[in-house]
Design a protein around this ligand. Structure first.
Ligand SMILES: *Cc1c(COP(=O)(O)O)cnc(C)c1O
Length: 348
């Protein structure tokens, strides 16, 4: 047994997965009477491909990751949940997160009854490496690293990430939901080097497909085979697969990503000029963490003007902070104008 296999929950290791009709016969035939489908064509009367091969082949070209190293989920949410179910024994095992970070690791930990140890980021929002390594116990199964991090917006130290991957006898997840906004090399290029590395990516942000729900887990073939055993057999619907394929073949995200990054840098300068803003954190993403003198007041005033930001005031280390997604130029301008108006009112 290799070491990753030893970390897998015994019930999962011994699982006999459901063998679907499409699994038992994977050749081509001209009459399919094996799945109790309705025979009259309407575009969705047949069950979808359980492994989404056509879609994976297109993603494989774009991401330069072999198809057998990819799992596709109904959003990253599914990839997070399944990973916990593969490796963590409910009420016994533990995971480590580094707040302030993405909330879903904690939510799926809670749903699966897997304890979370929080090791806060440093005041500069980077990994506190010795604290993370100190927090590892015999029951720690997964360490969640979000880089670039949500809601702080910055890439985390790749040296520290590498140290964690090398020193931890367990799974390290690097969530790269925002990687397409950076120039940094994806950790996906190193899955063969590290047997314990799982990389998460998503179509929801730079790719503009939040509504379709498609997330990726990228890892070695063994971990992907576990994903495929645990997932629901037909987890990605035909309309979902077709829509993503069509968009992948017709969109070039570079132009939009460049526009968003340009707007972001412009917005940083504009926001830093405002008296009601106390800090704009540097960002490698499509959002900014912005601190205000009185964040709740600004939030309420903006809502009255029909503009919604993500209030992070009550999140650890984000006091008086709001997460501002970069919009279209006209939307960003309207935001800045509204903030100037709020500022002038509060000065009177
Ligand atoms: C938005 C986001 C995701 C994507 O979630 P989906 O379920 O794929 O839409 C994943 N991780 C982080 C950190 C995010 O901010």
């Amino acid at each position: 047994m290799n070491r990753v296999e030893r970390w897998v929950r015994p019930n999962i290791r011994n699982l006999k997965p459901y063998s679907s009709a499409r699994h038992e016969f994977s050749g081509t035939a001209h009459i399919y009477l094996d799945a109790n489908e309705n025979p009259y064509e309407n575009g969705v009367n047949r069950y979808p491909d359980t492994l989404q091969m056509e879609l994976k082949e297109e993603l494989s070209r774009i991401k330069e990751v072999p198809v057998q190293n990819m799992f596709l989920g109904n959003g990253s949410d599914e990839a997070i949940d399944i990973l916990i179910r593969i490796f963590c024994e409910p009420s016994l095992d533990e995971m480590i997160t580094m707040p302030p970070t993405y909330g879903m690791y904690q939510v799926y930990g809670d749903i699966n009854n897997v304890a979370i140890k929080s090791v806060p980021l440093t005041p500069k929002f980077d990994i506190d490496l010795s604290a993370v390594l100190d927090a590892i116990t015999e029951r720690t199964k997964i360490i969640w690293v979000c880089s670039p991090n949500n809601p702080t917006g910055n890439l985390l130290s790749s040296d520290s990430i590498e140290q964690i991957i090398k020193k931890f006898d367990g799974i390290v997840v690097v969530d790269e939901a925002y990687v397409d906004f950076t120039n940094s090399v994806s950790w996906a290029s190193r899955i063969e080097e590290f047997d314990n590395l799982v990389v998460l990516q998503t179509m929801s942000k730079a790719w503009g497909m939040a509504g379709v729900r498609l997330g990726l887990a990228i890892a070695n073939e063994y971990i992907i085979s576990l994903y495929n055993q645990v997932k629901a057999p037909y987890n990605i619907s035909i309309p979902n697969q077709e829509r993503v394929l069509e968009l992948l073949r017709t969109t070039d995200i570079n132009e939009q990503v460049n526009a968003i990054v340009h707007s972001r840098d412009e917005l940083v300068t504009q926001l830093r000029d405002l008296d009601i803003v106390t800090e704009v954190h540097p960002s490698d993403t499509n959002f900014l963490l912005v601190r205000f003198r009185d964040c709740q007041n600004v939030y309420d005033e903006l809502v009255q003007r029909g503009i919604v930001l993500r209030n992070r005031n009550n999140v650890m280390m984000c006091e008086n902070g709001m997460r501002v997604t970069i919009g279209r130029p006209d939307e960003n301008n309207e935001l800045v104008e509204a903030l100037i108006e709020i500022m002038n009112h509060s000065n009177q």
